[in-house]
Design a protein around this ligand. Structure first.
Ligand SMILES: Cc1ncc(C[n+]2csc(CCOP(=O)(O)OP(=O)(O)O)c2C)c(N)n1
Ligand SMILES: [Mg+2]
Length: 317
């Protein structure tokens, strides 16, 4: 099979806040495209009835974990959420075993019992339960603080997850004990079908401030620029200056899950004007063309190889 092509690049009308996108290193563009085509392939597989269960793609938000990638080390813990395929791929660059996990095929990261949302691999854990990870992330970061100085825990949460009480218990302890914790907030302006303005009183900055936490907000889609902004802040977390909340103002280009998009056409158009994929193609057409087909083809091969595998075997008790 081949994965579906997206809307023509000519549709890309850059949004002024999105800014210009600088030229990426090949490895970064390759990773961004890997995540994009992987997610697109999952939607195609669902559409053709080849996948069970559910999935939440990070289409439009791929640049967040790609920007963080070189700022995190193997010693760091990463806690992911229901929209976690990009977080996983940016850490492991292993689409075969992730797809096998989602499809329940041999070689699956967690023998196929975790599926799209519940994955553990070394120091990487994801959960589909909103707000569940932050208290555990604080615990691991305190462990690192005492046992492995210089390492940190990074926990990804969405804007909607700030409605969970456990988040505040965790932030309180993290602040009091100066935990080496980075809370990466993917503020995509919506929680399932509820816009942020209708579920959040105040702001993420204000909530971080209430605990005395450092907060950095970025609207950029530019991987190089985001990295330059974050590198010194993350270094300070490693040096023991306490937790950091990074708020990425981002855009969920695809549906919440598989096809449940309730946003009006005008809003979808606005969202598309922040899609790095279309914007990068328009701004760096030569570089984009050099990699896009190649990575799409790689994902096509991954899909073919993994769908041909036998079912995963769950080890007995
Ligand atoms: C405790 C809990 N309540 C409800 C849900 C159902 N649910 C899954 S994703 C989601 C919205 C999450 O919004 P946000 O945190 O903004 O993340 P996004 O989906 O936008 O990435 C909801 C309500 C859940 N997974 N866990
Ligand atoms: Mg959200």
């Amino acid at each position: 099979m081949t994965t579906r092509r997206e809307a023509p690049v000519a549709d890309a009308v850059p949004s002024p806040e999105a800014g210009r996108l600088s030229r990426l290193a090949d490895g970064d563009l390759r990773m961004l495209l890997l995540i994009r085509h992987f997610e697109q392939a999952l939607l195609d597989l669902f559409g053709r009835g080849r996948l069970n269960g559910t999935t939440h793609t990070c289409i439009g938000q791929e640049y967040v974990p790609v920007a963080l990638r070189p700022l995190l080390s193997e010693r760091d813990f990463v806690f992911s959420n229901h929209r976690g395929h990009g977080h996983y791929l940016a850490r492991f660059d292993d689409p075969h075993d992730l797809l096998a996990e989602v499809m329940g095929r041999a070689g699956a990261v967690c023998n196929g019992v975790g599926g799209s949302q519940h994955i553990r691999r070394g120091r990487y854990l994801s959960t589909g339960v909103q707000g569940q990870s932050l208290p555990v992330a604080v615990g691991t970061s305190l462990h690192l603080k005492t046992q492995e100085r210089g390492a940190l825990t990074c926990a990804y949460i969405g804007d909607g997850t700030w409605g969970e009480g456990a988040v505040y218990e965790a932030l309180n302890m993290a602040a009091l004990w100066r935990a080496p914790l980075v809370v990466a907030v993917e503020n995509n302006g919506i929680a399932q079908s509820t816009p942020t303005a209708r579920h959040m009183a105040g702001t993420i900055a204000g909530r971080a401030r209430a605990f005395g936490l450092r907060h950095h907000r970025t609207e950029s889609l530019d991987v190089n620029r985001i990295r330059a902004e974050l590198a010194p802040l993350i270094r300070e977390v490693r040096l023991g200056r306490g937790p950091l909340v990074v708020e990425f103002v981002t855009h969920r280009v695809a549906a919440h899950s598989k096809g449940d998009d309730t946003r009006p056409p005008g809003e979808l158009k606005r969202v598309l004007s922040h899609d790095w994929y279309r914007l990068y193609a328009a701004e760096h057409p030569g570089h984009f063309a050099e990699w896009d087909d190649e990575v799409r083809e790689r994902v096509t091969q991954v899909v073919e190889e993994v769908t041909g595998r036998p079912p995963a075997e769950v080890p007995g008790p």
